[in-house]
Design a protein around this ligand. Structure first.
Ligand SMILES: *Cc1c(COP(=O)(O)O)cnc(C)c1O
Length: 410
């Protein structure tokens, strides 16, 4: 009989969002007239920018004509998209990339998972805590770990706790690691890293021949001009970092699906004989074999994000979410809640009042304010005692939720 990949059995049953759903359902069944407001989910709510939608439609029409029909495109993505991203999103940062260093995909979650294909199993991996669960769970799935302990830490992974004491920016590992996941602006904490902080990581990686996986899914939400949007703004990063970006949060593509990976030519790993080999070559090989490119209309729509009109409209949507973030941040601060994030990221990470656990605060907010958020402990043990609110809601719901919470906590 065919054997299963029993690494999957090490995973804790997807607990966080099903449990949230269960508690919300139980509440709404008991209180059918309550108007529940959801500030929990990390999904966008605004429609696509009109200029992006038009490009998407036009590209679909292309597919219906003999002259403009598009079949298989390059597995790495169309040059016209890659070049427009480099020109608009990297060149202004002083980062120069060549077309062959960028790979377009159908989203960043897949990229963050698939990148593990080109790294040997005996690499030591360091992951922040709390964290976007994909980094941890994909390492469990491919068999890099043992079982989880009582806390939820898997044997074989180096966890880097992020807490109030370190400003939710992890300290360098005390042992030597080979792969480091960093996500800034961070999901779930909404915290950003300065150039000086990222420089420490780049220096560590170069000194230890490690590779940084830099998840920049939320870079478009940065408002502080001193905060880096790309790890390549840091000297030395092109030798040690792979960067992930996504159109999901930037341009409302969570349902459309488009992301990208940057693998600079200089990022090297070692072969069994100790000689160096380029990860760019390996990733190109992987993409060519296992992927057939993101869909043509999707790539046309993504390119339109960078048109003058497209970017102006997209930026207005980002500003809308960031105004929501400001309303949440300022409203909760007024009633004495300790807040992190929400300035350069669409997430507000709050310290639960009165020392409540994350789930106790979840129940209080649901039962007394009819507002749904996300318990911090669901993102890792160091998230206990914290709670995530998302700024991706509709304005009137955000205003009402903040009013309810303020009244309750006053
Ligand atoms: C939303 C998100 C992504 C993007 O995922 P897609 O697959 O591109 O939709 C990547 N990383 C983090 C941390 C996210 O929150």
């Amino acid at each position: 009989m065919a054997k299963i990949n029993d690494n999957y059995l090490k995973l804790k049953a997807g607990y966080l969002f099903p449990e949230i759903g269960r508690r919300v359902r139980a509440f709404t069944e008991a209180n059918p007239s309550a108007k529940v407001i959801r500030l929990g989910i990390g999904d966008v709510t605004r429609p696509l920018a009109p200029a992006v939608l038009k490009a998407f439609h036009d590209a679909v029409d292309d597919l219906g004509t003999t002259d403009h029909f598009a079949g298989y495109g390059p597995e790495q993505g169309y040059d016209w998209l890659i070049n427009v991203i480099i020109e608009n999103s990297y060149t202004p940062l002083g980062v120069s990339l060549s077309t062959s260093e960028m790979f377009i995909s159908d989203g960043s979650k897949c990229d963050c998972a698939n990148i593990l294909d080109i790294f040997a199993m005996d690499n030591i991996v360091a992951i922040g805590d709390p964290v976007y669960p994909v980094y941890n769970d994909t390492n469990v799935m491919i068999g890099r770990t043992g079982e989880a302990d009582d806390k939820g830490y898997y044997k074989g992974i180096v966890y880097l706790p992020c807490n109030e004491a370190n400003g939710f920016i992890p300290a360098l590992p005390t042992e030597k690691v080979d792969i480091i996941y960093l996500c800034f602006p961070n999901n779930p904490t909404g915290v950003v890293a300065s150039k000086a902080e990222l420089k420490k990581w780049v220096d560590y990686a170069n000194a230890n021949d490690a590779v940084i996986f830099f998840d920049a899914a939320y870079e478009a939400f940065i408002t502080d001009p001193s905060i880096p949007h790309s790890i390549y703004e840091i000297e030395g990063a092109k030798k040690c970092a792979i960067e992930f970006r996504s159109f999901s949060k930037t341009a409302g593509f969570t349902g459309v699906r488009c992301g990208l990976v940057v693998v600079p030519e200089e990022v090297m790993g070692t072969m069994a004989d100790g000689e160096k080999y380029s990860f760019n070559k390996l990733w190109n090989r992987r993409v060519s074999t296992k992927f057939n490119g993101a869909s043509y209309p999707v790539q046309r729509a993504a390119a339109a994000v960078y048109s003058e009109e497209g970017w102006k409209q997209t930026k207005e949507i980002i500003d809308y979410y960031m105004e929501n973030a400001r309303l949440i941040r300022e409203g909760l601060t007024e009633v004495g809640v300790t807040i992190f994030g929400g300035v350069n990221a669409p997430y507000i990470w709050l310290k639960t009042p009165g020392g409540m656990t994350s789930w106790e605060f979840f129940d209080k907010l649901l039962n007394e304010c009819n507002v749904v958020g996300t318990p911090g402990s669901g993102f890792g043990p160091s998230g206990e005692g914290y709670f995530r609110l998302s700024a991706f809601g509709h304005r009137e719901n955000v205003i009402e939720a903040v009013e309810r919470i303020k009244k309750n906590l006053k």
